[in-house]
Write a protein that binds this ligand. Sequence first.
Ligand code: ZN
Ligand code: ZN
Length: 192
Amino acid sequence: MAGVDLPFACTCNTLLGTLLGVSGSNGTRAACFCTDCRAAEVYAGQPDPAPGPVHLYQTTPDKVRFDAGLDQLVVFSFSPKGLLRWQAKCCGAILFNTVRSPKVPFASLRTDRLTDTSALGPVVAQAFVRKPDGTQGHQGGSRFVLGMLTRVLPCLLSGRWKRTPFFDVATGAPIREVHIVPKADRAALPLP
Ligand SMILES: [Zn+2]
Ligand SMILES: [Zn+2]
């Protein structure tokens, strides 16, 4: 499926971009309930999503194009090896999560940054759902794995992983210096 191009924007419409070739089969729509995603929103000065999830569309970075305001893009992480959380410094909005290497072509967009999410298809996976007994689990986990195999592998093998707006592919380094949030700052976040 060719899919459609969908514009995305930070809350104040300074950092703008386009998600390319979006369809229900080019990405996985997921809802993540993990504490890191929640902490990232609160750290970024955004509304606390709890008890709800953070809504994501998981795709490959070659489907991401920034169109304006790229100078506002910054990145932070909660640990030296943790997920990269790409944020617009103008308004604080978090737009993407990526892993730390361009050779793992994975990008996850916060779907709240899209004006129209209908092309994304239904939410098929839920991560870190709190069960009635207090433990956490995943639903639709096989869809995550399947998505990785059907999208990430072809992206690697075809060389499309080199088309990423997040990394300098020559060095493998992120295009911005990663701010590692000090543990004390993370611990001080109001997460009741
Ligand atoms: Zn999460
Ligand atoms: Zn903004």
